[in-house]
Ligand binder design. Structure first.
Ligand SMILES: [Mg+2]
Length: 231
């Protein structure tokens, strides 16, 4: 019996992963990385800044043939982030989010958001699309816990706050890192591919990470949640 639905934010509610993606990939190619936008999605989506920076350092070492200096690593990280932020005026909600949430609010499930984004950004993004009040106070950032995704911490934290048994929570996630985090938390994970960054093969990567199924858009999610409540 499902007790709660826990949503990732970026790439699920807010279509942020696609923003600045092509610019960032182009910048990375100038630094010697043989990457397209889909490679950035595969490697980095769903990660808290510290996990992202560590992984980026590893990838940079492959390009340089040596470990990057602290300055080199910091400059690369900062410029990647700036490329994304520079384009943030393009940010949209994932299509159908508002309708899905309005249906969800009528269903007998607890709900929460568990995000890798910093608290301030999470608040800003959800507020911008009138979603904050639909989840508050249960919109949580991985800043609040010891380890970022793919560790389970933020999902367990959210479940504790809404007083839900992790085994009776369904996680909605767009990244393989996030799916792994949900699985590690002992939750059921539905992969979600309604974001603009979900290229061909993305759904399969979510299944490989442990998602029990892949849902392509918020219309389909809304139907699944309604059917689940009626079961
Ligand atoms: Mg995400």
């Amino acid at each position: 019996m499902t007790e709660a639905i826990i949503f990732d934010c970026d790439g699920v509610l807010v279509d942020s992963e696609i923003v600045g993606l092509e610019d960032t990939a182009a910048f990375m190619r100038t630094k010697g990385f043989d990457w397209q936008a889909a490679d950035l999605v595969r490697l980095f989506t769903g990660l808290r800044d510290d996990v992202f920076a560590a992984k980026l350092g590893d990838e940079y070492a492959k390009v340089l043939g040596r470990l990057p200096t602290e300055e080199e690593a910091a400059e690369l990280f900062t410029t990647m982030i700036e490329n994304r932020r520079h384009n943030r005026h393009q940010l949209q909600a994932v299509p159908g989010t508002a309708e899905m949430v309005s249906v969800l609010k009528e269903l007998p499930f607890k709900r929460a958001v568990a995000s890798s984004t910093r608290i301030q950004y999470l608040h800003d993004k959800l507020t911008r699309f009138d979603l904050w009040d639909d989840f508050a106070p249960h919109a949580y950032s991985a800043e609040l816990v010891d380890h970022g995704k793919p560790a389970p911490d933020i999902f367990l934290y959210a479940a504790e706050k809404i007083e839900a048994d992790p085994a009776r929570c369904i996680v909605i996630e767009d990244s393989a890192n996030g799916v792994s985090a949900g699985i590690a938390a002992g939750m059921t994970v539905w992969g979600f591919t309604g974001g603009g960054h979900c290229y061909a093969g993305h759904g399969n990567r979510l299944l490989e990470a442990g998602a029990v199924e892949v849902i392509e858009n918020h219309g389909a999610l809304q139907e699944k949640l309604t059917a689940l409540a009626a079961a």
